[in-house]
Design a protein around this ligand. Structure first.
Ligand code: NAI
Length: 333
């Protein structure tokens, strides 16, 4: 029996969470879910969007699955997602991006892993209003965090038979901050002779990704570029509905999709649960339930091959129909 924290999120969070929990149950994995709520909905009762109980549950269980939580734009509380990553020191954000069966995309054989530093950069939220017409944000980069994420990226490449790590910065302009990130990556690269090391500027990287994504293997980026570039990569393989992710630290790991709470489709049974399901598969692999992980992945791929797809990836199935089909395929695989 595994004790795992589940943050159900808001927007499309509850619908995709329920679908994924049901699929995992049907795959026969024995999980005791500690379901937690966070975000705007809990402020009224508990006064804060991220109550201590959520952090404590994750610290205790050391493994979590999370659906998206809405962050108010331009005002309001600080992102629950960013706070969680910071509080639990989930320093590595891992976002694999690859083609799935029967999803029409511009390129075949895309297989990119985005490794994003997850605790600093402009995400540290160090901002101030200087006067009515001027505001500033501080971009903080440290050698410690940069070397740690570079080590993670090279280690990941080595363990997963990846050929290259490409560090992505804007060190020609942000000479000190991105310069430090780049220098840290260069230092760590020297220890990994069997993995090729490449450097690219983020603007060129975006253009190259759109024109010829097959040239890339593992991308290593500071927090903000990592966030933006991973959405671009999601677009290469079918969109946010299929883009999985994981936040990994030394003590704890929290698996969550790349996408947000999708308020435009929330509550309509239109959401694609694939991104959360693939994040859950990685979580199962992480806790040693590799057989169940492979079984779920097969059932998902068979569902897609049978042409059962949600609207975002060119089909007409509702979230609930898609889930039912995956469960049927679990029973026949
Ligand atoms: P979003 O990712 O929620 O949605 C962007 C577009 O993708 C929308 O058209 C949406 O319908 C579609 N989409 C996203 N996930 C989908 C799915 N599973 N199935 C089908 N279509 C899907 O990004 P947006 O609108 O910029 O952000 C909405 C909220 O989510 C914001 O408050 C933002 O702060 C929050 N957010 C939370 C994240 C998290 O909890 N880790 C990550 C990103 C955003």
């Amino acid at each position: 029996m595994h004790n795992i924290t589940f943050v159900r999120g808001d927007g499309i969070g509850p619908e995709i969470s329920d679908a994924v929990m049901e699929i995992i149950k049907n795959a026969g994995v024995d999980i005791n879910w500690d379901v937690q709520t966070a975000g705007a909905d809990v402020i009224e009762e508990e006064g804060v969007p991220l109550p201590e109980r959520v952090i404590n549950s994750l610290k205790k269980n050391k493994i979590g699955l999370k659906s998206p939580v809405t962050t108010p734009i331009g005002k309001g509380f600080r992102s629950v997602n960013v706070q969680l990553r910071k509080e639990l020191n989930l320093y590595a954000n891992l976002r694999p991006c690859y083609n799935l069966p029967n999803i029409k995309t511009r390129y075949d054989n895309v297989d990119i892993v985005v490794v994003r530093e997850n605790t600093e950069d402009l995400y540290a939220g160090i901002e101030r209003q200087i006067d009515e017409n001027t505001a500033e944000s501080i971009k903080r980069i440290t050698r410690e965090a940069s070397e740690k994420i570079a080590e993670f990226a090279f280690n990941y490449a080595l363990k997963n038979n990846r050929k290259e790590v490409c560090v992505v910065t804007k060190a020609n302009i942000c000479k000190l901050s991105d310069g430090l990130f780049l220098e840290s990556a260069r230092n760590i690269a020297k220890k990994y002779n069997s993995v090729n090391f490449r450097e690219i500027l983020v603007d060129n990287c975006c253009m190259q990704l759109v024109q010829d994504p097959n040239q890339f293997d593992v991308l290593l980026l500071p927090n903000l570029y990592g966030d933006i570039v991973s959405d671009l990569c999601a677009g290469l393989v079918g969109g946010l509905g299929v883009a999985q992710g994981a936040n990994i630290g030394d003590e704890c790991a929290l698996f969550e999709p790349v996408h947000g709470s999708a308020p435009d489709i929330a509550g309509k049974d239109l959401a694609n649960p694939t991104a959360l399901l693939l994040s859950a598969v990685e979580m199962l692999n992480y806790i040693g339930e590799t057989k169940a992980g492979a079984h779920i992945k097969d059932a998902l791929f068979n569902t897609l091959k049978q042409g059962i797809k949600t609207k975002d990836i060119g089909g007409s199935a509702k979230c609930s129909e898609f889930k039912e089909s995956i469960i049927r395929n679990l029973q026949v695989c």
